[in-house]
Ligand binder design. Structure first.
Ligand SMILES: [Zn+2]
Length: 169
C-alpha cells in the first residue's frame, strides 16, 4: 500500500493538462492501485492522477457506500446525452473542507480504457456522472471551484493559503 501526497488548491501544478496514456502497463496499474489506496484513505469518492502530481489521463472512482465498486477510467472521453442539468454539492480532496453547489449535465456517455487497457463504455447518471465530469476536469487542469463565483473562489483560496502557511511553519 502506498499513499501519494495530494496537491491542494491553489497549487499551480493542478493546472497542468494531463497527457494520454499510450500503454496500460504495470507502471500504470501500480499508479492505479496507489491512487485507490490514497482515495480510500483520504477518504474520497474520486481521484485524478493530476491530484497526485502525475500528469497522465488516469482516474479512479468509487461512489458506493461500502467502497465495493472501484472503477478505473484511463483516457476517458465524455459525451453529453441529455442537456438537462443537475445540481450537486461537490467537494474535492484538493480543496479540503469546502463544498459548493455545481451545475453539470446529469446524463453522459463515457468511453475509457479499464485497468487492463480494454475499452469500455457506460452511460452514467446522477452522482457517478457528476463525479466523472469532476475528475475529467482535473485532467484538463480545471477544479470545481472554477464553476463557482469568483467571490467564493477567492475566499476559499485565501483560507487554504492561510492553512498551507500554518502547516509550513
Ligand atoms: Zn477533485
Amino acid at each position: 500500500m502506498a499513499l501519494l501526497p495530494i496537491l491542494e488548491f491553489p497549487d499551480p501544478r493542478l493546472r497542468t493538462v494531463a497527457k494520454p496514456v499510450t500503454e496500460v502497463d504495470d507502471k500504470i496499474r501500480k499508479l492505479v492501485d496507489d491512487m485507490f489506496d490514497t482515495m480510500y484513505d483520504a477518504p474520497g469518492i474520486g481521484l485524478a492522477a493530476s491530484q497526485v502530481n502525475v500528469h497522465k489521463r488516469v482516474v479512479v472512482i468509487d461512489v458506493s457506500e461500502d467502497k465495493s465498486q472501484p472503477m478505473v477510467f484511463i483516457n476517458p472521453e465524455i459525451e453529453v446525452l441529455d442537456a438537462e442539468l443537475c445540481e450537486y454539492d461537490e467537494g474535492c480532496l484538493s480543496v479540503p473542507g469546502f463544498y459548493e453547489t455545481v451545475v453539470r449535465p446529469g446524463h453522459i456517455r463515457v468511453r475509457a480504457l479499464d485497468r487492463d487497457g480494454i475499452p469500455f463504455e457506460i452511460d452514467p447518471q446522477g452522482v457517478l456522472a457528476v463525479c466523472i465530469q469532476h475528475e475529467l476536469d482535473h485532467l484538463n487542469g480545471k477544479l470545481f471551484v472554477d464553476h463557482i463565483s469568483p467571490f467564493k473562489r477567492t475566499r476559499i483560496r485565501a483560507k487554504l493559503e492561510k492553512k498551507h502557511k500554518a502547516e509550513a511553519r
